[in-house]
Design a protein around this ligand. Structure first.
Ligand code: ARG
Length: 397
């Protein structure tokens, strides 16, 4: 049993930080199991596995988490309309509780008493991972080498890797810190640290510069059933391939870039850019369909829930009663969100140009200015009198 205590499951990405983590933990007497989560980042895991072993990992464990990521995280966030500070579609934030859950499960299976991650002490991800772990597996020890070690910069980490002959990836020399998955890419540091400087085009990984996107607009129709996207241009697809296709299509039209001065949970403002083509298109289409099928009061109230839900995700409070309670509300609202939305993609923009639903609340006979009008203008008079009544009293007195 004592030996089990020395096992540590490290959340491994293949990047610079976690590669150095393997070596650093190994040097401190741990048996390191590198745990790689496939959340649709589209990376080749063979070189990553090799790298982990070369850095000193005893074993490499790969788990395909794409299905639970889509079903239990991405789709609920889409239905909830979760957007943080008006721009961030939460790709990174959504993946963290799932990775924490998988880490805990892996530790249980392997009989490990500790898990580790490569987050810095300044970010949100450490909070999301560790709060989730505390809730799910409070007995586990959590190690955060990057928070502890003496290496003060990326440069020092690179030198450490060179000194110990660790085979770090070429892109580790990149000036940016990148996290990506099926729902988007988060890019920070390097040239982005000056908020006055325009992000260089090299910062973006997926999307075309909108100025260079095709000058011919393209239309795409997304179909939803109860808030869940089920088809593109009339073709039924799994949510996974639908998202994949929209990522490619949106990227080609320069859609889904966001540039945000963001408030981190730990009190720091940071400058980050994001790319989330599919998420942007799906949120736009979903929102449009809600606008057609939900009444005004419900829409307005849901907006509050959306903000709260986004913040719950951002703050790492996924495994809490707040999440379940918010989700119950959201589920209830999605009963009527079934129908189709047509988007027009053009140079970085996605505009809804058509919407249809059997639950549509739009009534042409009420809205029309033609002779088929069923709206009696006399209804307006009494309504206006009552609507304005509270404000007239003072004068009348
Ligand atoms: N700021 C984003 C968040 O807190 C992304 C963090 C990870 N970004 C990165 N480039 N490593 O969710």
């Amino acid at each position: 049993m004592r030996k089990d205590k020395e096992k540590v499951i490290l959340a491994y990405s293949g990047g610079l930080d976690t590669s150095v983590c393997i070596h650093w933990l190994r040097k401190r007497g741990f048996r390191v199991f590198a745990f790689c989560a496939d959340v649709g980042q589209g990376e080749d895991f063979r070189p990553i596995r090799k790298r982990a072993l070369a850095c000193g990992a005893e074993r490499v464990i790969l788990r395909d988490l794409r299905t639970p990521f889509i079903q239990e995280y991405i789709l609920p966030a889409l239905k909830a309309g979760a957007v943080y500070e008006g721009k961030y579609l939460l790709g990174t934030a959504l993946s963290r509780p799932l990775i924490a859950e998988a880490l805990a499960e892996c530790a249980r299976r392997e009989g490990a008493g500790a898990v580790a991650h490569g987050c810095t002490g300044k970010g949100n991800d450490q909070v999301r991972l560790e709060v989730s772990l505390k809730i799910l597996a409070p007995h586990l020890k959590v190690l955060a080498p990057v928070r502890e070690w003496e290496l003060k910069s990326r440069g020092e980490e690179i030198r450490y890797a060179q000194r110990h002959k660790l085979p770090i990836a070429r892109k580790s020399e990149s000036r940016f810190s990148i996290d990506q998955n099926l729902w988007g890419v988060s890019i920070e540091s390097g040239p982005l640290e000056d908020p006055w400087k325009e992000p260089p085009s090299a910062a973006y990984r997926w999307t075309k510069d909108p100025a260079r996107a095709p000058s011919k607009a393209e239309r795409v129709t997304v179909e939803f059933v109860k808030g869940v996207p089920v088809a593109l241009n009339g073709k039924r697809l799994s949510a996974g391939s639908l998202i994949q296709r929209l990522n490619l299509l949106g990227a080609r039209h320069g859609i889904g870039r966001a540039d945000l001065i963001e408030d981190r949970l730990v009190g720091i403002k940071s400058h980050e850019v994001y790319e989330a083509p599919a998420a942007t298109l799906l949120h736009a289409a979903h929102r449009e369909l809600e606008q057609l099928t939900l009444d005004r009061e419900l829409l307005a109230f849901k907006e509050l829930i959306s903000q709260r839900y986004a913040r719950m995700i951002y703050d790492g409070l996924w495994f809490t009663p707040l999440k379940s309670a918010l989700e119950a509300f959201v589920e209830e609202t999605q009963r009527f969100v079934t129908g189709r939305v047509r988007l027009r993609l053009y140079k970085g923009n996605a505009a809804a140009v058509g919407r249809a639903s059997r639950h549509s609340l739009y009534s042409k006979s009420l809205a029309t200015y033609a002779s088929s009008d069923r709206f009696d203008p006399r209804w307006a008079e009494g309504f206006i009198t009552l609507w304005g009544l509270p404000y007239l009293r003072r004068r009348a007195r």
